[in-house]
Every structure is written in structure tokens, then in C-alpha cells.
Design a protein around this ligand. Structure first.
Ligand SMILES: C[S@@+](CC[C@H](N)C(=O)[O-])C[C@H]1O[C@@H](n2cnc3c(N)ncnc32)[C@H](O)[C@@H]1O
Length: 198
């Protein structure tokens, strides 16, 4: 089943209907880079809206047109302008924006792609972020057993997996378990913040 089929048929069990508490807290803290933010695999785009409310110009990226339509309805309800909150239709692995981003936020995208593609995800993040930009990952599901059975997303994603993937070209700014999560995800999320090595 394609991602678009999943969206059209309402098989979106990952959709929690809001940004995760960890992102809400980060946005409130003011401790995020300013400028342009990218949210790959943003789904309905709650995190795009949260980042836009925090003052960033936020772009979500989606392969599923139905997800992008959901986002547009939510953005209209929120009264936000497309200049600060928008979703582009496109594939993260070939996306070519006009300018690099200052922040890339990943939540439930890295765990949704096949693990063999994780090095390509790292390469794309490196290309898409400005040299002084920040990669922020809410790592989920941090447990070794697959949540939905073997061979199906979300694929297990442990903090040490992400650290091993990133450490050759990224410095760890922070890596810690979060204290609050969406219902059912307690104890399964770690926040990682990373900057490109000089
Ligand atoms: C598990 S969902 C997570 C959605 C959202 N981050 C959330 O937390 O609700 C993964 C999303 O990634 C999108 N996606 C999958 N592969 C993609 C790709 N290569 N480029 C852009 N989006 C993609 C899917 O359409 C889907 O909406």
C-alpha cells in the first residue's frame, strides 16, 4: 500500500492529532534556531504549524497529496499565512529547495522509511541544512522489537542507532529521553539535537 493510499483510506494510526509534547516544549522554550525549518514526512503538518507559531518559516514535505490537503485545511483554521507555514509535495530523497534550511525536525519519518535508506536520509539532511543549521530528531520508537510486527513501519529506532548514523559528520548537542509523550509512546522517545561538524 502506498502512503497516499494509507492517507486516502484513513489508515493513519501514527497520526496523534497534535505535535508531540517534546516539540511543544522546545517551541515554548525559545531554544530553537530561527529562520527556515523543514519537516520531512510531515503528514497532516501539526509540527509545521507548531514551528510557524514559534516564529520560524516552516515547510513540510510530503509525498501524499491527501496529507497536504489535510494540512492546508488545518493551516486555514489556524489563520497562518502560506509564507510561514506550507507543505510542498515531493520526495525527501530528491527534494531540491531554493535555499538550505536552518532547522530540520524529524518525528516519525526516519522510523517510517526502510532502515536500509537511513544513510540516504543522513546524506539528505546534511545537504538540506545550512552549515550552522540544526537537526533535531525525536527518536521513536526506541525499543528493539518492531511495534507493528517485523518488516513494517515504524521500524525500531534506538538512540544509539541514530548516534551511529550521525556521529561521523554531526556533533551531538543533546541526546536524552523525553519526559512527556503522546499517549502510548511513554518511554519510547528520545530527543536528539545535532550540528554538522566543521
Ligand atoms: C509515519 S507518517 C508520520 C507523519 C507525521 N510526521 C506525524 O508524526 O504524524 C510518515 C509520513 O511520511 C510521508 N513520506 C513517506 N516517504 C516520504 C518521502 N520519501 N518524502 C516525503 N514524505 C514521505 C508519508 O506520506 C507519511 O505521511
Amino acid at each position: 500500500m502506498s502512503w497516499e493510499d494509507a492517507w486516502r483510506e484513513g489508515r493513519t494510526g501514527w497520526d496523534a492529532g497534535a505535535s508531540p509534547p517534546a516539540l511543544v516544549e522546545l517551541a515554548r522554550s525559545g531554544d530553537l534556531p530561527s529562520g527556515r525549518a523543514l519537516v520531512p514526512g510531515c503528514g497532516a503538518g501539526y509540527d509545521v504549524l507548531t514551528l510557524a507559531h514559534a516564529g520560524l518559516a516552516a515547510t513540510g514535505l510530503e509525498v501524499a497529496p491527501t496529507a497536504a490537503e489535510r494540512f492546508e485545511a488545518l493551516r486555514d483554521d489556524a489563520g497562518l499565512d502560506p509564507s510561514v507555514a506550507r507543505v510542498e509535495l515531493g520526495d525527501f530523497f530528491t527534494y531540491a529547495p531554493a535555499a538550505p534550511f536552518d532547522l530540520m525536525w524529524d518525528y516519525t519519518f526516519l522510523c517510517a522509511i526502510e532502515p536500509a535508506r537511513r544513510p540516504a536520509w543522513e546524506a539528505r539532511a546534511h545537504t538540506l541544512l545550512a552549515d550552522d543549521g540544526e537537526l533535531v530528531t525525536l527518536i521513536f520508537p526506541a525499543r528493539p522489537e518492531p511495534l507493528n510486527g517485523p518488516g513494517r513501519p515504524p521500524y525500531p529506532l534506538l538512540p544509539e542507532d541514530v548516534e551511529a548514523l550521525l556521529s561521523p559528520r554531526w556533533e551531538r548537542v543533546e541526546l536524552r529521553p523525553v519526559t512527556r509523550s503522546h499517549a502510548g509512546r511513554d518511554g519510547l522517545e528520545h530527543l536528539g539535537r545535532w550540528r554538522k561538524r566543521a
